[in-house]
Design a protein around this ligand. Structure first.
Ligand code: C2O
Ligand code: CU
Length: 439
């Protein structure tokens, strides 16, 4: 098997998790599982998962509903669950050593929270995440709008890659220093896991919820056989829907698309690469919808977000440094010292900044490295500031290219201690993380 070659199969439906209604109390059990990552007929892969599979169950609830999740850790390793993108109580954020103790093997933890925002989110292990997420400890979390948009199908698509060996096991070396100093752990296998669906017809209107759950790989995604718009990013509705072309998902980023099926045979998810396009997955199309009338793609109802007070905003700079081929090599290049923010690798006792609750901050993200980074802030969404200086999309993870500078604006309204880190999890493992406090 050539490491650079993806072997693509579209029979991934068996991997797709079952739906659990999260509004009722439920158990979420982390445990060893096997999954058919390689094509049928090839060996299954020993991994970690939730409730018997990887990805874990689809957690679905209505906006404002209470989640009551009893996490049981049968994985054999310490773990904890983070609810990525949910603006919830700090104590429920799932970060060992910061918001809770690590949940030791055999122990449990009760996560209770209300989801304030409707949208597409996900959950994943936040202990040794570069290894536990790579092994499969993640799943989708969907919060439905009180009035969902008018579509024929609402489908989750999780995009992942895995580094496989020929005998079907995951390659080890989760802390490989060469990977960490470059783009992270990139897989030799990639797939879009498409939620199984009964008959999709030509002319149907689809809502597609794309989630990049890969530890380190950035996926540009092209959609074929459908025509539509991106209506939300990282769970937050866009004021003006965007074109689908040029869609790029950094690790942890999501995009909601509303699109009409224009093909009579299939709708497909394509990963354009230097070696040509790779089919990540597809939805078969059969028959025609003859009743749906053509209509504009509607804007989703915005979630409630405090408006920033730009006149009194605090200004901060966060400079990404380190990694291979950097102008400024980090001292030593050992363990947690490969990457840094503002010259500091890893977490310190004092936060990068302590914000008074409700304070607006404008943070300049300066990428002084040779690699792109997807920077994620816990517990909040922030505005990306566009090239024109205007506030753009609300996100929880922003992709900053090598040598690029991007400003973000955030109202720090959620009290607690919040991580701010690169979501290329190999970079996070190697020091690219800090934290802020909202008091
Ligand atoms: Cu997706 Cu720190 O998390
Ligand atoms: Cu990074």
């Amino acid at each position: 098997m050539n490491r650079r070659d993806f072997l693509i199969t579209t029979s991934a439906a068996t991997l797709f998790p079952r739906i659990a209604l999260a509004s009722a109390p439920m158990e979420l059990v982390a445990q060893p599982v096997t999954a058919q990552i390689l094509p049928e007929g090839e060996p299954a892969t020993p991994m970690l998962g939730f409730n018997g599979g990887t990805p874990g169950p689809v957690l679905r609830a209505r906006q404002g509903d209470a989640f009551d999740i009893r996490f049981l850790n049968q994985s054999g390793e310490g773990s904890a669950v983070h609810w990525h993108g949910l603006r919830i109580d700090n104590a429920m954020d799932g970060v060992p050593g910061m918001t809770q103790e690590v949940v030791e093997a055999g122990d449990g933890f009760e996560y209770r929270f209300r989801a304030p925002d409707a949208g597409t989110f996900w959950y994943h292990s936040h202990n040794r995440s570069w290894e536990q997420v790579a092994k499969g400890l993640y799943g989708p979390l969907i919060v439905e709008e009180p009035t969902p948009p008018d579509v024929d199908h609402d489908l989750i698509i999780m995009i992942d890659d895995w580094r496989m060996t020929e005998d079907g096991t995951l390659a080890d070396g989760f802390e490989n220093m060469h990977d960490q100093a470059h783009q992270g752990r990139l897989g030799n296998f990639a797939r879009a896991l498409v939620e199984p669906v009964t008959q999709v017809r030509h002319g149907d209107r689809l809502r597609l919820r794309l989630i990049n759950v890969a530890t380190d790989r950035i996926f540009p995604v092209e959609l074929e056989g459908v025509e539509g718009k991106v209506v939300a990013l990282d769970g937050m509705p866009l004021v003006t829907p965007q074109e689908m072309s040029g869609l790029i998902l950094a690790p942890a980023q999501r995009a909601d698309i509303i699109a009409d099926v224009t093909s009579a045979t299939s709708a497909s998810f394509v990963f354009p690469t230097r070696d040509g396009p790779y089919l990540l997955g597809e939805i078969p199309v059969e028959g025609a919808n003859t009743t749906r009338q053509p209509s504009e793609i509607s804007v989703l109802t915005p979630n409630e977000i405090a408006s920033p007070d730009m006149d009194n905003a605090v200004s901060l700079t966060l400079t990404m440094e380190g990694g291979a081929m950097s102008r400024r090599m980090m001292q030593g290049m050992m363990g947690g010292d490969i990457w840094a923010f503002n010259g500091q690798s890893g977490l310190t006792d004092t936060p990068l900044h302590s914000f008074e609750r409700g304070k607006t901050a404008r943070i300049r993200l300066v990428n002084d490295t040779r690699f792109p980074h997807g920077i994620h802030l816990h517990g909040h969404h922030f505005f990306e500031v566009g090239a024109d200086g205007n506030l753009g999309a609300l996100r929880d993870t922003t992709l900053v290219d090598a040598d690029e500078t991007r400003d973000i604006v955030c109202v720090f309204g959620n009290p607690g201690r919040w991580l701010l880190h690169c979501h290329m999890l190999g970079h996070q493992a190697a020091g690219m993380k800090t934290w802020v406090e909202v008091a």
